[in-house]
Write a protein that binds this ligand. Structure first.
Ligand SMILES: [Zn+2]
Length: 383
């Protein structure tokens, strides 16, 4: 801390000297208004990340204290960048300055990022241009603000009772999976799970088959910044893989649900393998990736299914702990509530089968989750 203080103090002296010579337009653009806005945005976000206060040290002149506060706010914004990177908004970039931008001084990243206070640190120490920090913070604050405005409008548009809770930052290390009690397991076989091991109050939205391809579903999820994962069966998805390509581009994982949606445990191992590996090939061709997740139709499987899945490159077989419909949630447990890590099943269905839209189902699910204090998290961040 003493070292940091010394650096900041020297930096302040340099700055006074440089400032006296610098033309007016060359002064930093991180205005008090910007920092106040960033602080307000940070405080309106999720709870749990630290404030920007430096704690009065009693040392230094008043300008130095003001400057420490200012670096504190920059540090707070850096912490905010780390935290928010988990909600689909990329952390601020530090683009090269425009060629005519005055290179009036440099700061070290150690000062900009408050490592001395034990806060997260973005990368190795490097020299950065101070005006660029101000620019990128401004751009970041603008992006954050626009995203929140968009989300608020979506909450109204889709008539949710409350804004859905934001999912916490995903774990750095994915949890170790074990087969759910009562399910088949074996050496080299993918674990069969109905929930993800986590203490966080998160659930996962998984949508099966691919019959209904409602653009409003993607619009709603994007507007609310809520993730989902699809499990596609070629038989119904094939009429428009473009819809699922668009979903994947928007960040939604798409996984294997067999080619013809037959009950796996009624097929021989070779047939099962053809169903699973065949759908891997189709998804690779149509969507550009081979999934690691396979969900057997109806949740029905036997040991041959797991062997076939493993042979096709499948690493996890996620079933579900609850199912969402437009008019109800069917809980798999007697207490009729969500539990941390629960996987929720629903289907790409619509008016024809439900007499209600996909968006009605999402509204029902999100209102129930919010009421119970749960956020919807991204399955692929955990598996
Ligand atoms: Zn299905």
């Amino acid at each position: 801390m003493k070292l940091i203080r010394q650096v900041v103090q020297n930096d302040w002296k340099d700055r006074l000297r440089v400032r006296a010579r610098a033309p007016r337009h060359a002064r930093p653009r991180a205005t008090a208004a910007l920092l106040a806005r960033l602080t307000a945005l940070r405080d309106s976000g999720r709870t749990g990340h630290g404030g920007s206060s430096n704690g009065g040290s009693g040392h230094g002149s008043r300008p130095l204290r003001a400057r420490l506060r200012r670096y504190g706010a920059l540090g707070g914004a850096t912490v905010l960048a780390v935290v928010c990177s988990g909600v689909g908004i990329p952390p601020p970039l530090r683009p090269d300055p425009p060629p005519d931008e005055p290179r009036w001084r440099t700061l070290t990243a150690e000062i900009a990022a408050p490592t001395a206070r034990g806060a997260p640190f973005l990368g190795v120490p490097q020299r950065v241009q101070a005006p660029d920090i101000a620019h990128s913070l401004q751009a970041y604050a603008d992006r954050l603000h626009r995203a929140e405005v968009r989300r608020g409008a979506a909450v109204k548009q889709w008539k949710l009772r409350k804004a859905p809770l934001r999912a916490p930052t995903p774990p750095e290390k994915k949890p170790e999976l074990t087969t759910e009690p009562g399910h088949l397991k074996g050496e080299g076989l993918p674990p069969v799970i109905v929930q993800v091991p986590t203490d966080e109050k998160v659930i996962f939205l998984t949508v099966d088959d691919g019959a209904d391809k409602d653009p409003a579903l993607l619009e709603m999820l994007r507007g609310l910044d809520v993730p989902m994962s699809g499990f596609l069966s070629d038989e119904v998805a094939r009429e428009d893989y473009g819809y699922f390509r668009e979903a994947r581009r928007a960040g939604y994982g798409m996984h294997n649900h067999s080619i013809t949606h037959r009950q796996m445990d009624k097929l021989g191992e070779a047939e099962q393998r053809a169903e699973i590996c065949g759908q891997q090939d189709i998804l690779e061709k149509e969507l550009g990736h081979r999934p690691k997740l396979f969900r057997p139709p109806y949740g029905a499987y036997d040991e041959a299914t797991l062997r076939a899945a493993a042979a096709c490159g499948i690493e996890v077989v996620p079933l579900w702990a609850a199912e969402a419909f437009p008019d109800r949630i069917e809980y798999g447990r007697a207490d009729r509530r969500f539990h941390p890590g629960d996987i929720v099943l629903t289907h790409f269905r619509g008016e024809a089968e439900w007499d209600a839209a996909m968006t009605d189902m999402v509204r029902r699910l999100l209102d129930a989750a919010t009421e119970q204090g749960f956020a919807v998290a991204r399955l692929e961040d955990y598996l």
